[in-house]
Design a binder for this molecule. Structure first.
Ligand code: FAD
Ligand SMILES: C=Cc1c2[nH]c(c1C)Cc1[nH]c(c(CCC(=O)O)c1C)Cc1[nH]c(c(C)c1CCC(=O)O)Cc1[nH]c(c(C)c1C=C)C2
Length: 478
């Protein structure tokens, strides 16, 4: 007999995913999704120009690998989106070629056995040498460590300074000196804990992973060796399709422009206060960014409020550029820039290469996305409120010209400032998250925490966090 009303706070991809899994549970009578803005999807946003060209303002590709990747593909299939998927295989040039911009030059990152056997600039020794000697490095004693300290201890300072510094900018827009290896890259931390070595851990595996079966689409992704995928109508087609599914389910109520102002425990669960009314719910799944949740909790949750406020996020400027003709000197996914080269410029994605289907249908064009700021935003650009679009655009186009030798001016541009868009899992993040969840348990609060502030920032991770919350509430098998 269905009985529960569940309020989902936040209509980003994690909130929509939680609502999707709730609608699959026979124990849920009603799902109410409350979103403050005028659209669903959060950071998943595709700008669709009238001539058919697409520009991604947030994520542009999703990885199919691993349990969380399979889980998303199963959802994509269930939503009827299989025919919309644009796969990019491992053999594609954009999967093989990723670049680093170091000492004023582009360097292809080593990949494949032959390239880790030899010295490939900008590195001064073969990667295999670092990987082999890593096996002999003693296990760390701390229960957490910065990514920088972990990698320089195990693989050497050069890899930490160049490759890992860049990688953390290309995933977290963050500084590897402040980010937690345990929370940002659990497989690396577990490899050291369980096998005493990254090399052995990555070769032999280092612990259980969630058991997610592969549906036909996920099986196809494995058979065809997909490295990433997007959708014909862009990544935003995923939240759009989830919203349609939820509307059709008859059990979900989706409310836009419904900012949650305050939540209050009640005898039967919660009262959720909006600008123009109050909603009752038996349970709340919060898919809000940590800071936003801290602003709506009651004063009785002071310690939870404090811990949520400690989870900071960084701001990223995303500049989409379209050039006439084929202007790139190299083909690949894009290039990253280590902080030692240019703090403010994180990297450039060569969108036209992995997803030419999103180019203007007529004539040859090149679409690029320049990402700037992150952990260095304030230092390089000042307060986000004061930086001008013109300044960001100039910095982006100058970098494209300097790094890629593109001298022509872009024919079309778009500048977006994503304030506080990527949470930073700093040292001890795992302890903060554990402590928040034990506070919720101790106080018997009917509250689940999901979304990018807690257990992983990727699209796959946050969708999976929605699934896990629903399974924890109503048992497995959703
Ligand atoms: C530029 C960029 C590039 C990225 N690239 C990739 C990539 O290539 N691959 C990948 O896997 N991931 C990528 N990510 C990460 C991924 O997109 C995000 O981590 C993920 O979308 C976060 O989803 P979420 O639902 O947890 O949060 P959000 O998208 O932040 O959703 C939270 C929602 O809550 C709403 N809200 C806030 N306050 C309130 C309130 N008081 N009441 C009601 N609603 C409220 C917000 O409006 C928002 O819609 C990227 C992110 C960015 C910013
Ligand atoms: C330059 C800034 C950024 C670029 N992408 C992101 C930022 C901040 C955000 C981002 N990119 C990825 C993820 C998800 C990670 C996951 O676990 O799936 C997020 C949140 C994917 C990703 N992008 C790059 C790497 C190495 C990864 C990890 C997964 C994978 O190997 O595919 C590299 C990369 N990102 C950007 C560029 C220019 C770039 C490199 C060439 C943009």
């Amino acid at each position: 007999m269905p009985m529960k009303t569940v309020a989902v706070l936040g209509g980003g991809i994690s909130g929509l995913a939680a609502a999707y899994y709730l609608c699959k549970s026979p124990q849920v009578a009603k799902v109410i999704v409350l979103e403050s803005s005028d659209r669903f999807g959060g950071w998943l946003r595709t700008l669709r120009r009238l001539d058919g060209t697409l520009f991604e303002l947030g994520p542009r590709g999703v990885r199919p690998a691993g349990a969380v990747g399979r889980n998303t593909l199963n959802m994509v299939e269930d939503l009827g989106l299989s025919a919309e998927v644009l796969p990019v295989s491992y053999s594609h040039v954009s999967s093989k070629n990723r670049y680093l911009y170091v000492n004023g030059k582009l360097h292809r990152m080593p990949s494949g056995i032959s390239e880790i056997l030899r010295t490939v600039p900008p590195f001064s020794r073969p990667l295999l040498f670092s990987l082999a000697s890593e096996i002999l490095v003693k296990r760390g004693k701390e229960d957490d460590e910065s990514i920088y300290s972990f990698v320089s201890r195990r693989l050497g300072k050069e890899l930490a300074d160049i490759a890992v510094d860049s990688l953390c900018r290309g995933v977290f827009a963050g500084d590897c000196r402040n980010l937690s290896v345990r929370s940002c890259f659990p497989p690396l931390f577990n490899a050291e804990q369980k096998r005493g070595s990254l090399t052995l851990g990555l070769l032999l595996g280092s612990g259980p992973t969630p058991q997610i079966s592969a549906g036909p689409l996920a099986q196809r992704s494995m058979k065809e060796s997909w490295a990433q995928w997007s959708l014909k109508r862009g990544v935003e087609a995923l939240p759009e399709s989830l919203s349609d599914y939820l509307q059709r389910s008859g059990r979900a109520q989706l409310q836009k422009e419904a900012a949650v102002k305050h939540i209050q425990p009640s005898a039967s669960g919660w009262k959720v206060h909006l600008e123009d009314g109050v909603i009752s719910a038996d349970h709340i799944i919060s898919a809000l960014p940590a800071k936003a949740l801290s602003c709506v909790l009651p004063p009785t949750c002071q310690s939870l409020i404090q811990q949520l406020q400690d989870i900071s996020s960084v701001t990223v400027a995303v500049v989409n550029l379209e050039y006439e003709g084929s202007v790139l000197p190299v083909k690949g996914f894009g290039h990253l820039v280590p902080s030692s080269e240019d703090k403010g410029l994180l990297g450039v994605v060569y969108d036209s290469v992995p997803f030419p289907e999103h180019n203007r249908p007529s004539g040859q064009t090149t679409r690029l996305t320049v990402m700037m700021g992150g952990a260095w935003f304030q230092e390089e650009f000042g307060a986000p409120e004061t930086v001008t679009t013109e300044h960001l655009l100039a910095r982006a186009t100058e970098s494209v010209s300097c790094h890629l030798g593109v001298t022509s001016a872009p024919g079309w541009t778009h500048v977006a400032l994503h304030k506080d868009c990527i949470p930073q899992y700093r040292l001890g993040h795992f302890r903060t998250v554990e402590s928040m969840r034990s506070f919720i348990k101790k106080k018997n609060l009917s509250l689940s925490l999901i979304g990018s502030s807690f257990d992983g920032v990727s699209v796959n991770d946050v969708i999976f966090s929605g699934r896990t919350a629903v399974e924890d509430l109503f048992g497995g098998g959703v």
